[in-house]
Design a binder for this molecule. Structure first.
Ligand SMILES: [Zn+2]
Length: 321
C-alpha cells in the first residue's frame, strides 16, 4: 500500500494551522474482521491445521491414553508466530495488504503497539470487564479509546451491560461451542447447554437498547440462532472460530443455513485470531470461494454488515480507485 501524505500549512497571524490529509492507496475493497484477540505470543506454539476438528476419534473414558486429537497432521499447517514482534509484523502487513479493519480486544499494550503501525481507525479497540470495577469499566469506555465491549460471556453481570447500553457501546457475547472435547480436555465444568443462543434472550429483555452480536453465531445451534435472530431484529452474529476449526463442508452448511434463513444482512466476518497470522487469509478465502453466496452477499459478510452494525462511516474507509 502506498501512502501519500499531502500536508500544507497556513500561517494566519501567529496561529499555525496544519491540515494533513492521508490517502491510502488500495487495490482491494475494505474488509472488517470483528473478532481479533490481541495478546502476548507464547513461543514454542506448534503449527495448526485449519479444520482440524474434521475427524474426531471414537474415544472411551477407560482409554489408557487420555482423549486427544491431532491439530497439526495435514499437508499445509499454519505456523504460529514465535514472538510479539513477528506477530505484529505479520498482522500489520495483512491489515495494509488486505485493506482490513479489525475489532480487537485483549492486551492494551500489544494493541497500542499494533495501532502505531497502521492507518488510524484500522484497529478498533474493545474491552472486557474482568478485573475492572463497574466504575473503572465506565471510566475506560468514557475515555473514548475503547469502542466495543468484547469478548464477554452470557453470565456477564448486568451492571456492566447497563453501562454499555447507556453509552451506546456494542457488545460481543460468546455463544455456541468453544471447540470439541472441552469438558474432557480443558474444563470439566464446561456445559454445552450453557452456550445456547436462547440464553441471550433474558439479556436482551433486560437491556432492550443494548447492541448485541452473538460471537461464533451460536454454532452448531443453527435453529436456535435463527429463531433468536427472528425474534430479536437487532442481533447480529459473527462466524469466527467455527470458520477455520470445524469441517469445511460443515462451515459452508452453517453459513449457508443462516443466509438461507434470511439473515445475510446480519452475518459479520471474523476470525477469532490468536497466534496464527495465516488464519486471516485462510478464513477470508472461505467466504471468497463460497459458491452459494452472490458477490453482494460476500461483500455484506466481509464488510457492509459490520460497518452498519458498528455505525461506521463508509467514506472513512479506503476504497480502490
Ligand atoms: Zn474469541
Amino acid at each position: 500500500m502506498k501512502k501519500i501524505i499531502i500536508s500544507f500549512s497556513l500561517l494566519i497571524g501567529t496561529v499555525l494551522i496544519t491540515v494533513a490529509q492521508t490517502v491510502n492507496k488500495v487495490t482491494r475493497p475494505p474488509v472488517m474482521d470483528v473478532h481479533i484477540h490481541v495478546g502476548p505470543v507464547r513461543s514454542g506454539m506448534a503449527s495448526m491445521c485449519p479444520h482440524f476438528l474434521s475427524n474426531m476419534p471414537g474415544a472411551d473414558p477407560m482409554d489408557k491414553t487420555p482423549f486427544s486429537f491431532s491439530v497439526s497432521d495435514c499437508l499445509d499447517p499454519w505456523p504460529a508466530a514465535q514472538s510479539d514482534e513477528e506477530m505484529k509484523t505479520e498482522i500489520v502487513k495483512r491489515i495494509k495488504d488486505l485493506n482490513m479493519t479489525m475489532i480487537a480486544f485483549g492486551d492494551a499494550g500489544v494493541m497500542r503497539s499494533w495501532m502505531k503501525e497502521v492507518p488510524e481507525g484500522r484497529i478498533i479497540p474493545g474491552i472486557g470487564y474482568r478485573n475492572l470495577t463497574v466504575e473503572q469499566f465506565r471510566d475506560s469506555l468514557e475515555s473514548g479509546f475503547y469502542k466495543v465491549f468484547a469478548e464477554t460471556g452470557m453470565n456477564t453481570p448486568d451492571e456492566y451491560l447497563e453501562v454499555a447500553e447507556e453509552l451506546n457501546i456494542p457488545v460481543g457475547i460468546h455463544s455456541g461451542t468453544g471447540g470439541n472435547g472441552s469438558a474432557n480436555i480443558s474444563n470439566p465444568n464446561y456445559r454445552a447447554s450453557s452456550m445456547d443462543p436462547y440464553k441471550l434472550e433474558d439479556i436482551l429483555a433486560r437491556h432492550p437498547k443494548l447492541k448485541v452480536w452473538a460471537m461464533h453465531a451460536g454454532y452448531p445451534l443453527a435453529e436456535h440462532m435463527i429463531a433468536l435472530m427472528g425474534a430479536h431484529a437487532y442481533v447480529y452474529v459473527d462466524i469466527s472460530g467455527l470458520i477455520w476449526s470445524y469441517p469445511l463442508d460443515e462451515v459452508h452448511y452453517y453459513i449457508q443455513k443462516l443466509v438461507q434463513a434470511g439473515f445475510g444482512k446480519r452475518i459479520m466476518y471474523g476470525t477469532d485470531l490468536f497466534y496464527y497470522p495465516r488464519m486471516i487469509e485462510g478464513s477470508m478465502s472461505i467466504i471468497e470461494h463460497a459458491q452459494y453466496l452472490s458477490a453482494e452477499q460476500k461483500r455484506d459478510i466481509l464488510f457492509n454488515n459490520a460497518a452498519r452494525f458498528f455505525r461506521l462511516d463508509e467514506s472513512q474507509f479506503d476504497w480502490p480507485e
